[in-house]
Design a protein around this ligand. Structure first.
Ligand code: PLP
Length: 411
């Protein structure tokens, strides 16, 4: 069977040879595509003939990126979108609506929480939060109006890892699709289909973009959910069968909202994808070394990384992510002031809010991403004033450790 990296690099060979024999799909920076006759355009617009017409709907460079992801995920269909948030919002808007609810993890990426609470709630969508570490709590939250269950493979910054197979067992019995945000693990570490996940959403801005080159997102339909169980997709299921979700998305929500990925960004992300497995291996190995270093350091009060045996999520993460544990870790110092002083001393590590860049990045979550929430809400979300988040990059690990050591010793 063809392996992950081979698919990531070659995609599948198109029957149509490039005009000049280019090995790389060019950036088709063209909005419109011409057709031979009026009949031809009719065939394309009515979906009878597959061809590109207008780049808000499909584009050859974007399609090449989608096809590679489809192959390496062994998925039914993929739609690439303008950002990770576009992937999440398009998926929820296609499945749910007013008078329905979604069951989501208590630990969510900040903007996902804001999307649900501030943007979708006023349109009549109810959000129910459950602990994804407690499958029975998830089961109890689902009712006839539940349109999806949503969780992240590794929550950020708590680094909670749910037993996704256990959750998928419940959602499949209840006939509700399970959506998993696979951003920080990617299809390289987490083969979502093997764990019963129905839809994967990814911010390709992170690992896939090859070093924070561009913003992008992906929606992956694993083809293992019967969409006749999804009331909002009734008409689409009749027309498109197993393609109902992404068919409805591309011909309705995605098209009408205008969430298209720019061809140039698709090009950068296809390029990033080609080296992704190497970069993930290196950042995971570096993160484990850094976690062990911090664990031994007397100025560090605690280290949270699923790769450490002491982590309560170590076993489930090892099983789910093929013994790799991602590039993100957190650790605690004595106080918020100590965190600020430490961050200000760093010379190599960059002060920035992204994750899974090639560069190691540091952030104080409580005063940045979560600064709009009161202390009580922070405690509920397990965000401490004493906590620092590191997204470990692919530099020489000795240099990362040297920078951390310098920052800590002068505290
Ligand atoms: C970054 C991120 C997103 C949002 O992605 P954008 O590309 O920035 O829109 C969503 N989920 C997770 C887990 C992320 O890390």
């Amino acid at each position: 069977m063809t392996g992950f990296s081979t698919y990531a690099i070659h995609g599948f060979r198109s029957q149509q040879k490039d005009l000049h024999g280019a090995l790389r799909t060019p950036v088709y920076d063209s909005v419109a595509f011409e057709h031979e006759s009026a009949e031809d355009i009719y065939q394309v617009f009515s979906g009878r003939k597959p061809a590109h017409a207008y780049s808000r709907i499909t584009n050859p460079t974007v399609e090449e990126f989608e096809n590679r992801i489809k192959l390496l995920s062994n998925a039914n269909a993929v739609v690439a979108v303008s950002s990770g948030m576009a992937a999440i919002s398009n998926t929820l808007l296609t499945l749910a609506g007013s008078g329905t609810n979604i069951v989501a993890s208590r630990h969510l990426f900040g903007n996902t929480l804001s999307l649900i609470e501030r943007t979708l709630k006023p349109w009549g969508l109810e959000a129910r939060y459950a602990s994804m570490s407690d499958p029975l709590e998830v089961q109890a939250a689902i009712d006839d109006n539940t349109r999806a269950v949503f969780l992240e493979t590794v929550t950020n910054p708590q680094l909670e890892v749910a037993d996704i197979k256990a959750i998928a067992g419940i959602t499949s019995r209840k006939g509700v699709p399970l959506i998993v945000d696979n951003t920080v693990t990617t299809p390289y570490l987490f083969r979502s289909k093997d764990f019963g996940v129905n839809i994967e959403v990814i911010s390709s801005t992170k690992y896939i973009s090859g070093g924070a080159t561009s913003v992008g997102g992906l929606i992956v339909d694993n083809g293992n959910f019967d969409w006749t169980q999804s009331p909002r997709l009734e008409d689409w299921t009749r027309k498109m069968g197993p393609m109902a979700l992404l068919g409805a998305l591309r011909r309705e929500v995605y098209r009408n909202i205008g969430s298209c990925l720019a061809p140039h960004h698709a090009y950068l992300q296809s390029l990033g994808l080609e080296t992704m497995s190497l970069r993930i291996e290196k950042s995971c190995a570096n993160a484990l070394t850094v976690a062990r270093f911090l664990q031994e350091h007397k100025k560090v009060a605690a280290v949270n990384y699923p790769g450490l045996k002491e982590s309560e999520y170590h076993e489930v993460a090892a099983k789910q992510f093929a013994n790799r544990f991602g590039g993100i870790l957190t650790f605690d110092l004595q106080s918020r002031n100590a965190c600020f002083a430490f961050i200000n001393k760093l010379k190599l590590i960059r002060r920035a809010s992204n994750v899974n860049d090639n560069k190691t990045l540091v952030l104080h979550p409580a005063s940045t991403i979560f600064c709009e929430y009161p202390e009580k809400r922070l405690q509920e979300m397990n965000i401490r004033q004493t906590m620092i988040r590191l997204s470990v990059g692919i530099e020489d690990v000795s240099d990362i450790i040297h920078d951390l050591e310098e920052g800590l010793t002068t505290l």
